[in-house]
Design a protein. Structure first.
Length: 529
C-alpha cells in the first residue's frame, strides 16, 4: 500500500521567546519546515503541544530565560513519551550559549541548533529521525544570511526585513555580541529587493531590523549607508509605511534625521534605547553616548518631525547605580517625554562582563523601578491625552489589543505606532469574524467595513497610558476607510485558508499556511539612490 497517499502531512509549531529578531528568525524556521512539506499545527494543537515537530526559539537576554526553557521542556517530556514520533528542536540565543548542556539536562530533545546556522534545522531534524539520536550543531560564525532562507510571514500587510545581524558594541550587560557575533551587513540591493518583493505580495508596511540599524554600512565603509537605505526603501512604489528598530544613540547622525523627515513613507516614530540617564552608569555599561547627546538627538528629531512619538528601553539598578544616578535617569525621562518605555530591572546574565559585578539589593532596585514606572505612566498618559482631537490614520491589524472582543472596536497602529482602538459606525458594530461567514470576505463589501491591512482615518477621543481610543464614528465625526492592496491581500489569504479561493501567483517571500513557500531570496533588483 502506498502509505504516503494516506498519511496526513506532519505538523509543526514554533514557539518564540524573546525579541523581534527572534520572531523574524522564527518566520524563517517556519518557512523551512513548510518547504519540507510540514504544515502549521492548528492554534489549538500548537497551544496544547500536539504538533509533530515543536521548535523552541530561545532568548538569552530576558530574565529567567533558562528557567522558562527548561520549564517548557519539562512539560514536553511527558508528551513525548506518549508520542514517540514527536520531535523537539531548540534554537536561538540560549541554544547558541548552552549547546550540548541542553541535551544533558533534557535528553528527550532531538535537535539543538544555534543563531548562526538556522538553515541546518530541516537537515538536523531529518538526521535525528534517521539516526534515532540527538543532533547538536552550533556554528561559530554566520553560515547563511537568514534572509536568504524560505520565510513564512505571519502577516500579509506588514513585514520585517533584516538589514544586519550581530553587533560591534560591547555593552557590559548584553549577551548579543557574544551570541550573534560581529555585525554583518546585507548588501543594499538585496535589502531593497526583499522590501520590493514584500510590497509586491501585498505588504504596505515594512520594518527594517538590526541590533544597531544606524551603524549599517560599517562593513562596507559607508557611514551614511543607513540614511541612503531609508530614502531608497521609502521610495519603493506601493510601500506606505517604513519603520526601523533599533538605532543606537552613539551612532545616530543627522543625515538619518534628514532622511526620516524628508521621506514621507518613513513614519514619525523612533525607538531609541536610553538604558540610563546617568553618564556614570552609561560609562559603566560601556555605552559611549552621554545623556546630553541623547536629549540633543530627541530635540533635533522633534524639530524635524513635530509629531514623532519616541519610545525607549531603560534598565534600573545596574550594579553601582547610586541614588544620584537614578535621579539623573528620572530627570532625563521627565525631559525626554517618551510616549512609552520598556523598563527592566537589571538582572545579571552569565557570559556578560557585568555578571561579575556586585548586584544592588533587590529592594532598592524594586523601589526605583516602581518610581520610574510611575513617572513614565504619568508622562505616557499626558502625551496620549494630548492626542485627543487629532485625526490619525490607523492601519487595521489582526488581533491587536484585547479591546476588540469586549467593545466591538477594531485595533491598529497610527503612523506614530501608537495603538488605537477605533469604533466602527454604529450600524456596523457587531459585524466581525465571530459566528458565521466573515463579512470582510464578502464580494459586496460594505465600504465602511475595514479589513486588516486597510487604513482608517479617525479622530482620537480618549487617551490612556498604553492606547488611544477613537470613537469619532459613533459621534458622526471623522471616519474614512481607505481600501489598500494589503487589505486585498489579507482577504485573499483568508479566502484561500477557508477554501473559497485558489492561491494566486506569489511574487516574493510571503506564504499562506499549507501552500508551498517561495524562497526568501528576492528576485527584483533595485539600485540604491
Ligand atoms: S548595542 Fe549594546 S545592547 Fe544593543 S545589541 Fe549591541 S551590545 Fe547589545
Amino acid at each position: 500500500m502506498d502509505q504516503t497517499a494516506v498519511q496526513p502531512p506532519r505538523t509543526y509549531a514554533v514557539r518564540t521567546l524573546g525579541c523581534q529578531m527572534n520572531v523574524h528568525d522564527s518566520e524563517h524556521m517556519a518557512g523551512m519546515l513548510e518547504e519540507q512539506g510540514l504544515v502549521p499545527a492548528s492554534p489549538e494543537d500548537a497551544a496544547a503541544d500536539r504538533a509533530d515537530v515543536i521548535v523552541i526559539n530561545t532568548c538569552a537576554v530576558r530574565e529567567n530565560a533558562a528557567d522558562r526553557l527548561y520549564g517548557n521542556l519539562g512539560r514536553l517530556a511527558g508528551l513525548k513519551r506518549e508520542r514517540p514520533g514527536m520531535q523537539i528542536a531548540v534554537g536561538g540565543c540560549l541554544a547558541q550559549k548552552d549547546r550540548s548542556t541542553i541535551i544533558e539536562r533534557a535528553p528527550w530533545v532531538d535537535v539543538v541548533f544555534g543563531t548562526h546556522n538556522l538553515d541546518a534545522l530541516p537537515v538536523l531534524l531529518e538526521r535525528a529521525r534517521h539516526n534515532a539520536q540527538a543532533e547538536v550543531e552550533i556554528a561559530e560564525s554566520l553560515q547563511v544570511f537568514p534572509s536568504t532562507l524560505p520565510t513564512r510571514r505571519e502577516s500579509v500587510y506588514a513585514g520585517w526585513v533584516s538589514i544586519s545581524v550581530g553587533c560591534n558594541n560591547t555593552c557590559t550587560f548584553c549577551i548579543v555580541p557574544h551570541l550573534r557575533g560581529k555585525e554583518r551587513d546585507r548588501r543594499p540591493g538585496e535589502i531593497l529587493a526583499e522590501v520590493a518583493a514584500l510590497v509586491a505580495d501585498g505588504a504596505i508596511e515594512v520594518t527594517l531590523l538590526g541590533q544597531n540599524v544606524n551603524s549599517y554600512g560599517v562593513e562596507f565603509g559607508d557611514r551614511q549607508a543607513f540614511s541612503k537605505l531609508l530614502r531608497a526603501a521609502g521610495a519603493i512604489e506601493g510601500l506606505e509605511r517604513l519603520r526601523f528598530t533599533s538605532p543606537h544613540p552613539a551612532s545616530f547622525t543627522d543625515d538619518v534625521i534628514e532622511a526620516m523627515a524628508s521621506t514621507p513613507t518613513v513614519m514619525p516614530q523612533l525607538h531609541m534605547p536610553l538604558q540610563s540617564g546617568s553618564d556614570q552608569v552609561l560609562r559603566a555599561m560601556r555605552r559611549s553616548y552621554r545623556s546630553t547627546k541623547f536629549l540633543g538627538i530627541l530635540e533635533r528629531v522633534r524639530a524635524a518631525m513635530p509629531h514623532a512619538a519616541i519610545t525607549t528601553d531603560i534598565i534600573v539598578g545596574f550594579p553601582g547605580e547610586t541614588d544620584e544616578d537614578f535621579e539623573a535617569t528620572l530627570r532625563v525621562v521627565e525631559e525626554a517625554r517618551f510616549s512609552s518605555a520598556f523598563t527592566f530591572q537589571y538582572s545579571p546574565r552569565p557570559g556578560t562582563p557585568a555578571f561579575e559585578l556586585e548586584p544592588l539589593p533587590k529592594a532598592v532596585v524594586q523601589e526605583r523601578y516602581e518610581r520610574l514606572v510611575e513617572l513614565q505612566e504619568r508622562i505616557s498618559l499626558e502625551e496620549n491625552r494630548a492626542q485627543v482631537g487629532r485625526t490619525v490614520e490607523v492601519l487595521v491589524a489582526e488581533g491587536e489589543g484585547r479591546k476588540d472582543g469586549e467593545s466591538r472596536r477594531v485595533s491598529g497602529r497610527a503612523a506614530d505606532n501608537r495603538l488605537v482602538h477605533l469604533a466602527l459606525p454604529a450600524r456596523l458594530a457587531g459585524l466581525g469574524a465571530e459566528g458565521g461567514a466573515d463579512p470582510r470576505l464578502a464580494e459586496a463589501l460594505d465600504p465602511e467595513l475595514p479589513r486588516p491591512g486597510d487604513l482608517v482615518e479617525v479622530e482620537v477621543t480618549y487617551g490612556a497610558p498604553h492606547h488611544l481610543v477613537a470613537d469619532s464614528a459613533l459621534q458622526g465625526r471623522t471616519y474614512r476607510v481607505r481600501r489598500t492592496r494589503a487589505g486585498d491581500a489579507w482577504a485573499q489569504r483568508e479566502r484561500v485558508k477557508a477554501g473559497l479561493a485558489q492561491e494566486e501567483h506569489s511574487h516574493g517571500p510571503t506564504a499562506v499556511p499549507g501552500v508551498p513557500v517561495p524562497l526568501g531570496l528576492p528576485v527584483v533588483r533595485t539600485a540604491l539612490a
